[in-house]
Design a protein around this ligand. Structure first.
Ligand code: MRU
Length: 370
């Protein structure tokens, strides 16, 4: 997608032969667009933990390149294990991280040390390209849903999204926003309600930035606004991303997603999750009970960062001094509240049979095939 009219991705290997990797620093957007060079395993793990790169698909690809940087320092089995453990611990909820690390280990482990590094870089690049293709396919499938809705409504389609599940959360295109971009480029008249997404404001800062750069009409709203808009017929449907989805269709996503799904159900608004199959944790059946929810620093709740009128980017305290805060980063929307899941292979209902029909290679070995 574009920044200042130029096609841009979120992560890429530097083309100077150094083996370093560059990222867009997402902690600086929308106030500045700057890149950061990752040189070491520690750089990669820190970039993920501090959310310079974030969003489930991007975390996976960043971890894959992190393995490359780790192997540059130590290509032994111990070095590989150290990279795996360090990167896996960076963020606990998005399963794409573990998925990408397993892909990298499987590629590298049985190779002689001398071969490991080039093979690792090649595999990381493949994962990045596959992510782009997967997100684009999600976009095509989701855009058909949006276009169908536009045709039935014969007017502007209002989409509500939460957090940032756009191209900044992936390598390119994004998940929840890929259908929006595809539909917009196809000429569908649409508008996006952008939940600000406290406490880190990924909606107000990242989603709004992306949509603005692509010229997609949008409006930032406070997180608590969606229910009101839905009651007044101002939301045609919701599309969110996911950090981990169970094989039964429970969707874990940014904190606050569940409340939007409840409001959507109460108002008959379709609620879709758009996700690559690498986000499905095929071992899980109960999202609320089984998905680990990341708890981040309370300071993210009590402090806010923004730009002053003079252009300086500053952080300020907004909480009562001394009051404790809690910062749960994700919640789980049970499958019963999800109207459909938009994947790279098509759209299905949020249940085990439908997901298994789209991805039969993940069907549990002992289940009866249909
Ligand atoms: O904490 P973040 O910013 O990494 O959380 C991101 C989200 O919750 C996204 O909605 C999710 O990763 C889906 S992304 C394509």
């Amino acid at each position: 997608m574009k920044v200042a009219g130029r096609p841009t991705r979120t992560i890429w290997p530097v083309s100077d032969g150094s083996g370093d990797v560059e990222i867009l620093d997402q902690t600086r957007i929308p106030h500045e667009v700057v890149t950061v060079r990752l040189r070491t395993l520690d750089d990669a793990a820190r970039a993920i933990a501090d959310m310079q790169v974030r969003g489930a698909p991007l975390i996976g690809v960043a971890a894959a390149y992190g393995v490359c940087l780790g192997l540059r320092e130590d290509a032994s089995d111990e070095g590989l294990e150290r990279a795996y453990d360090r990167l896996l611990a960076a963020r606990p909820t998005a399963v794409n991280l573990a998925w990408a690390l397993k892909e990298m280990i499987a590629t590298v482990r049985n190779r002689p040390r001398a071969e490991r590094l080039p093979v690792a870089y090649a595999r990381a690049a493949e994962l990045a390209e596959a992510d782009v293709a997967t997100c684009e396919a999600i976009g095509e499938h989701g855009a058909r849903l949006i276009a169908g809705h536009a045709a039935r409504k014969a007017g502007r389609v209002d989409v509500l999204t939460h957090c940032n599940a756009g191209w900044l959360a992936a390598v390119d295109w994004g998940t929840a926003l890929a259908p929006v971009y595809k539909a917009h480029r196809a000429g569908v008249d649409l508008h996006v309600w952008v939940d600000e997404t406290r406490p880190r404001n990924q909606g107000a800062s990242l989603t709004a930035f992306e949509l603005g750069q692509e010229g997609v009409p949008h409006t930032i709203i406070a997180d608590n606004t969606g229910g009101h808009l839905m009651q007044h017929g101002q939301v045609d449907f919701c599309i969110v991303g996911s950090d981990r989805t169970t094989r039964t269709g429970d969707v874990c996503n940014k904190i606050g997603t569940y409340l939007k799904a409840l409001a959507a159900r109460d108002n008959g608004v379709p609620f879709y999750a758009a996700l690559p199959s690498s986000t499905v944790d095929w071992s899980l059946t109960d999202g609320v009970a089984q998905i680990p929810i990341e708890e981040r620093s309370p300071e993210e709740v009590t402090r806010m960062t923004g730009r002053t009128a003079s252009g300086e980017v500053v952080s300020i305290d907004i909480g009562a001094p001394g009051s404790p805060a809690a910062n749960y980063a994700f919640d789980v929307t049970p499958a019963r509240l999800v109207s459909g899941i938009i994947t790279e292979r098509g759209v299905c209902t949020a249940d085990e049979a439908a997901l298994a029909a789209l991805f039969p290679e993940h069907r549990p070995a002992n289940s009866i095939s249909r």
